[in-house]
Write a protein that binds this ligand. Structure first.
Ligand code: NAP
Ligand code: GCO
Length: 264
């Protein structure tokens, strides 16, 4: 029988105070996993702990910036001590800056690369040795449409997410022999705080032009919800995907397959 259960597994979901990470952590918990998560803000942490508790999830939260290698190592060590060796890592924490490339400061570009690409390297590096010892592991990197496509004002983000797709393939290549599977999930356009500026109502009450653009470009004719990502996270975290490695599963409502609504 296909095994989607995560009973007895320990999952770390980075940046899971809300948004996509929170929903994926909820899905993993509902499949039986023990959940650890991190974020940078105490305010976000306090609200997230209450939100997890309200769902009956005893999540363990860490105030930790994923770009700080020492803090990440300390977080992983504490998780191993209190919950057990990490079986499932979801590299979800991420930011975006929407600035025309020629106007973007190098520091701004570097910050996006640091959080969206270097940090998945840092956190993966921290958990892989124990996964090798344990004889199995699952790493899920949260990629993006921008792992495949560009668009105006998101040069740093696209570079990071394109790199994250290749880091996913490289981890799969380098550690597959230790029964570690590393795959990506590429969400389409999902309604979270990260994309809220793209959906803001206009002063006249009309929809944001980008909102209408995305709905027209998506065969599902809607924005995704964080809950739309739960099933793919459980699948790639479970034994059901043990022979899948180095792939990116796009959960995008069909946007990548669609050239766009043809003229009437
Ligand atoms: P979000 O609503 O902005 O949430 C981001 C989360 O990451 C927050 O919990 C934030 O908490 C945390 N975070 C940010 N930087 C961090 C850092 N340096 N260290 C630790 N935690 C950090 O984003 P989202 O829309 O849920 O997106 C989650 C992931 O999916 C991101 O990688 C994003 O690129 C990707 N994605 C999003 C979409 C979409 O349409 N929304 C589509 C494709 C891919 P703190 O600020 O408290 O740290
Ligand atoms: C943007 C959006 C996208 C989404 C996502 C799409 O400004 O274009 O924020 O980048 O966040 O990455 O998959």
């Amino acid at each position: 029988m296909v095994n989607f259960s995560l009973e007895g597994k320990v999952a770390l979901v980075t940046g899971a105070a809300y948004g996509i990470g929170f929903a994926m952590a909820q899905g993993l918990a509902e499949a039986g996993a023990k959940i650890a998560f991190n974020c940078r803000s105490k305010e976000h942490m306090d609200k997230a702990l209450a939100d997890y508790k309200a769902l009956g999830i005893d999540a363990k939260g860490y105030l930790c910036d994923v770009t700080n290698e020492e803090d990440v190592k300390a977080m992983v060590a504490d998780i191993e001590k209190t919950l057990g060796v990490i079986d499932i890592l979801v590299n979800n924490a991420g930011i975006i800056k929407r600035i025309p490339m020629v106007d973007m400061k190098v520091e701004e570009f570097r910050q996006v690369i640091d959080i969206d690409l270097t940090a998945p390297f840092i956190v993966s590096k921290a958990v892989i040795p124990a996964m090798i010892k344990k004889g199995h592991g699952k790493i899920i990197n949260i990629c993006s449409m921008m792992s495949e496509l560009g668009r105006e004002t998101v040069s740093a983000y696209a570079a990071a997410k394109g790199g994250l797709k290749m880091l996913t393939r490289n981890i799969a290549s380098e550690y597959g022999e230790y029964n570690i599977q590393c795959n990506g999930i590429g969400p389409g356009y999902i309604a979270t705080p990260q994309t809220a500026p793209l959906r803001e109502r206009q002063p006249d009450g009309s929809r944001h032009p980008f909102d209408s653009f995305i709905v027209a470009k998506t065969p599902a004719a809607r924005w995704g919800t964080p809950e739309d990502l739960m099933g793919s996270a459980v699948f790639l975290a479970s034994d059901a995907s043990n022979f899948i490695n180095g792939q990116v599963l796009y959960v995008d409502g069909g946007i990548l397959a669609y050239i766009g609504k043809q003229p009437k």
